[in-house]
Ligand binder design. Structure first.
Ligand SMILES: [Zn+2]
Ligand SMILES: [Zn+2]
Length: 367
C-alpha cells in the first residue's frame, strides 16, 4: 500500500517526508494506521549515527494508532483496536524466556538493525528497499507494520494521540523507578536529568510513595515542571554542586538515583549522591564506547549498586496499560510533558527537543 513516511537518508538528517510503498502484513504481523508518534532522543541518536543504524531508514518508535488489518495468525489484537507500539524482543533467547524482555540477546538487531529478524524489510521507494522496523515499528509514517508482539492494546477511552511515548521514553523513566529500582514508600530518590525520562521517573516516584523526590537539571523551566509533577526539591546543577545539594537535602545521600542525561560526569554525580547501600540506575545513552569513572573504594565500602536499565525493565503488555490507567486516574500526568507537531514540521520538533524547548514532541500523522 502507499504511505507517507519520514526518511533519513544521510547522517544528521533532515527528515524528509516521502511517498513510499509498504508491504501487507505477514501471518504474525499487524498493519497499523498511525495516529501520532512521539519523538525520543534515540531517534536523534540514530539520525546522527551515534549508534550504528543502516541508512536510508524510516525512524519513529513511539507510535500509537488503530489496527487496520492483521495477519492470519494474529490473536492478540483485531482490526479497530487501539494500540501503542513498543520495543521489539525475539521471544526465544534465554533472557526472553526468563521474562527479561528488555535484555533480549537480539535486542540491538531487532531494534536498530533496520529490518526484521530474518533480515527482510517491508518499505520500498521507486529504486528499491529502505531500512525499517526501527524498534520493530518505524512509525514516522501514516502506516506501520509491526509484529503482534510489540503492539500493545490500550483502552479506547484513553486519548490515543497522547499515548505513543508510553512505548519508550515514558516507560523508560517510570519503569526504572517502579520495576527496576523498586523505589518504595518513604524512600528518597533523585532524578539526574529532567527530560522526558527523568520527569517520568519523578512522577513514578510520587506514585511509588517516595517522600523525598529531588530533580536535578540545568533548565529552570524543567525544574519548575518537576515541582508540579511531584518533586519535593529541585537542584540547578549549573548554579550549585548537585552532589553536595542532594546530600544536604537528604541528610547524607539518597537511596535511589537515576541518570538520564547520558553524560559520564553526571553519572559520577548520581553515584556520589547515593546514601550507603543506595542504588544508581543508568538509563541515559551516550555514544557507543563511552566510558565513565567512579571511586572504587567509595562504591565498595558503602555497598552501593550501579545498574543498567533498558526500557524500564518493562513487560509492555502489563506495564503500558498500567501507566494508561494511572494517567486516567490523574496520578501520572505525562500530558504535561508533550507538545504536538504536524507531520510536515517533524524537523522543527527535533530541533525544539534538542534545544530543550519541548520536552516530549509528538508528531501527528492523522487528525
Ligand atoms: Zn530475545
Ligand atoms: Zn526511545
Amino acid at each position: 500500500m502507499e504511505i507517507r513516511a519520514a526518511t533519513i537518508r544521510q547522517k544528521g538528517g533532515p527528515f524528509r517526508i516521502e511517498n513510499l510503498t509498504l508491504d501487507e502484513p505477514r501471518p504474525e504481523e499487524v498493519l497499523i494506521r498511525i495516529v501520532a508518534t512521539g519523538m525520543c532522543h534515540t531517534d536523534m541518536v540514530a539520525r546522527d549515527q551515534l549508534y550504528d543504524v543502516p541508512l536510508p531508514i524510516v525512524l519513529g518508535h513511539e507510535g500509537a494508532g488503530v489496527v487496520e488489518r492483521v495477519g492470519s495468525n494474529v490473536k492478540k489484537v483485531a482490526a479497530g483496536d487501539h494500540v501503542v507500539l513498543t520495543y521489539m524482543w525475539c521471544g526465544h533467547c534465554r533472557p526472553c524466556l526468563q521474562g527479561d524482555l528488555t535484555y533480549c540477546q537480539n535486542f540491538y538487531a531487532l531494534n536498530f538493525g533496520g529490518a526484521r529478524e530474518d533480515g527482510s524489510s517491508s518499505t520500498r521507494d521507486a529504486h528499491g528497499s529502505l531500512h525499517d522496523h526501527f524498534f520493530g515499528q518505524s512509525s514516522f509514517g501514516t502506516f506501520a507494520l509491526t509484529h503482534e508482539r510489540n503492539a500493545i492494546k490500550v483502552p479506547r477511552e484513553a486519548p490515543l494521540e497522547l499515548l505513543g511515548p508510553l512505548g519508550c521514553g515514558i516507560q523508560t523513566g517510570a519503569g526504572a523507578v517502579m520495576n527496576a529500582l523498586k523505589v518504595d514508600p518513604g524512600a528518597s530518590f533523585a532524578a539526574f536529568g529532567g527530560g522526558a525520562v527523568g520527569l517520568s521517573a519523578v512522577m513514578a516516584a510520587r506514585v511509588a510513595g517516595a517522600t523525598t523526590i529531588i530533580a536535578v537539571d540545568v533548565v529552570p523551566s524543567r525544574l519548575e515542571l518537576a515541582r508540579e509533577l511531584g518533586a519535593t526539591h529541585t537542584v540547578n546543577s549549573r548554579e550549585t554542586d548537585p552532589v553536595a545539594a542532594v546530600r544536604k537535602i537528604s541528610g547524607g545521600g539518597v537511596e535511589y538515583t537515576l541518570e538520564s542525561s547520558g553524560r559520564p560526569e553526571v553519572l559520577r554525580q548520581a553515584i556520589d549522591a547515593l546514601a550507603i547501600r543506595g542504588t544508581c540506575g543508568i538509563v541515559g545513552a551516550p555514544a557507543l564506547g563511552t566510558e565513565a569513572s567512579f571511586d572504587v573504594n567509595g562504591v565498595m565500602t558503602t555497598g552501593k549498586r550501579i545498574i543498567g536499565i533498558i526500557e524500564g525493565d518493562s513487560t509492555p503488555d502489563l506495564f503500558i496499560p498500567t501507566l494508561v490507567e494511572l494517567y486516567m486516574q490523574g496520578r501520572f500526568p505525562f500530558d504535561k510533558l508533550v507538545k504536538f507537531y504536524p507531520f510536515d514540521r517533524i524537523n522543527e520538533a527535533a530541533e525544539d527537543s534538542e534545544k530543550g524547548i519541548t520536552i516530549k514532541p509528538i508528531i501527528r500523522l492523522a487528525l
